[in-house]
Design a protein around this ligand. Structure first.
Ligand code: ADP
Length: 486
């Protein structure tokens, strides 16, 4: 599957990284530009207001009310007295330009319509005026008031000077260097993203090459100790689990077809022999009886397989309700006595709970589970052996042991006997009518109830199966997930 360049991580990483940096750069540039400009203006405004304060204090010397005249000599005196480094222009009450400081050299300070209006309303007007030099100056038009009447206007201007130059240069640098910096960052990020993504591409390509035929292959870790390394380890573990499940499914389908083919072959063989050689009704009956046995066997296998596969997809819901586990065990014990009779196996019940134990569970399924274990105990115990059913409470768990003095098993088989179709002695089991699925069903039922089943066994001495079941019943929220993963 090819990825559209715009959807690639490389593109998106570069795009967002560059965009973020561009925004940060622009925001910090704008902020510093406006901040410096603002504080420069503030400084100048403070100086301007200071001069207007002094002019206000000496306004009586400067302006004659109703006279439309200004004492220019007085202005020069004030400039010398306070050493003002500013451009000053005084206007009469009729707003006519009158005297100005020498540094203005005859130039008249800007006095626009807005400024005029403002001073007529007896309020100050501040503006920034650009000069021919490319720099600018701050001009205040200040109404001089006496007895609530306008007696004149003081216009004071101060150049921003070298600070403005610096700010302008800063702005120029930002405008010129900024776009280059962003482009270089973008290019750098593009290559960096490539380096970061390359191992991912290598992993993806390796993953592409893994299929059902080579599930044993693993993804290369490439010595990564970072998040990527962890991801590869996780993926490899997942592959391990998939391989394991795949093996099981393979084994299972192989076993299942083998198990079903064997009785079919026997059926076919016996039928062909009978067709060729059987003559009397007895011979035919004998053949048909044998056929029915094989059909029974196939039916049992199919039924058990169906139970297991339904349990896996959650189509075999447990009917959980409260019932007496003590009664179930005692009933099974009585039933088992009859089953033990043909082989003269002695059976005993060791009931160690002080009172009746009620449990939340599916009674029919639990009965099926215990019957499987008991019938195995009988099946794999020689004549005159013994079987013990032990019942006790272990905290919140009911503990049921089924112990026999039968043939037992070698330790190597113990971890596998709960697998489907696993049998210790295949030939012998066939004769016993076993399907190799009984213990798988036992395990499913125990786990689905939130419990467990374990086995201990000594070859030639006997086996003990221990079932632990929570008295409170299974956790209803994950009734099946446990059984499936188990
Ligand atoms: P089967 O139908 O063949 O008995 P199970 O799943 O019930 O299948 O058991 C799996 C295998 O475990 C059996 O084939 C047998 O070899 C072994 N097994 C089970 N129970 C016992 C037992 N009580 N004593 C000895 N071996 C046992």
């Amino acid at each position: 599957m090819s990825i559209h360049p715009q959807n690639s991580i490389r593109f998106r990483l570069t795009f967002w990284y560059t965009l973020t940096l561009a925004v940060i750069l622009a925001a910090s540039g704008l902020f510093s530009y406006y901040y410096f400009s603002f504080s420069l203006r503030q400084q100048v405004d403070v100086q301007l207001r200071e001069i207007t304060r002094q002019i206000d204090r000496h306004h009586a010397d400067l302006f004659a009310p109703g006279g439309d005249v200004v004492d220019c000599q007085q202005l020069q005196n004030l400039i010398h007295q306070f050493n003002w480094d500013a451009f000053i222009q005084l206007r009469t009450e009729k707003l006519r330009a009158s005297c100005s400081s020498e540094n203005l050299m005859g130039e008249e300070l800007a006095f626009g319509a807005v400024a005029r209006q403002q001073v007529r309303w007896l309020s100050q007007h501040l503006e920034t005026v650009a000069m021919n030099t490319g720099l600018s100056r701050r001009v205040i038009s200040h109404p001089v008031i006496d007895k609530n009447k306008l007696v004149g206007v003081a216009q004071i201007a101060i150049c921003f000077g070298s600070s403005e130059k610096t700010i302008n240069q800063l702005r120029l640098i930002y405008l010129l260097v900024g776009p280059f910096a962003i482009i270089w960052l973008g290019v750098g990020c593009w290559f960096l993203a490539d380096r970061m993504i390359y191992p991912m591409i290598a992993i993806t390509e390796s993953a592409h090459g893994i299929n059902a035929e080579n599930l044993e292959r693993r993804l290369p870790t490439g010595g990564h100790q970072d998040e990527l390394g962890r991801m590869v380890v996780s993926l490899n573990r997942m592959l391990e689990r998939i391989e394991d499940q795949f093996q099981r499914v393979r084994q299972f389908s192989g076993d299942a077809s083998h198990e079903l083919r064997t009785p079919l072959t026997i059926l076919r063989g016996e039928t062909e022999v009978a067709m060729r050689w059987a003559k009397t009704p007895e011979e035919f009956r004998e053949m048909l009886t044998s056929n029915v046995e094989e059909i029974d066997r196939m039916e049992r296998i199919i039924e058990n397989l169906l139970t297991l596969s339904k349990s896996e997809v959650g189509e075999l819901p447990l009917e959980i309700r409260e019932f007496s586990l003590s009664d179930l065990i005692q009933g099974l014990y009585i039933q088992s006595k009859i089953l033990c009779e043909p082989k003269q196996i002695s059976i005993s019940l060791d009931y160690q709970a002080e009172k009746e134990v009620l449990i939340q569970g599916d009674e029919l399924r639990l009965r099926q589970m215990f019957l499987n274990l008991i019938s195995n105990g009988i099946k794999y115990t020689e004549e005159d052996g013994s079987l013990t059913i032990r019942f006790s409470l272990d905290g919140e768990m009911a503990r049921i042991e089924i112990e026999d003095t039968g043939i037992g098993m070698e330790p190597r088989h113990l971890s596998r006997i709960f697998d489907r179709f696993y049998r210790v002695d295949k030939a012998r089991n066939r004769m016993d009518g076993g399907t190799g699925l009984g213990l798988s069903i036992v395990k499913w039922i125990a786990v689905a109830h939130g419990g467990s089943v374990t086995v201990t066994s000594v070859l030639g001495e006997g086996s003990t199966f221990v079932v632990l079941l929570p008295v409170a019943g299974p956790d209803k929220d994950n009734l099946y997930s446990q059984a499936i993963s188990g």
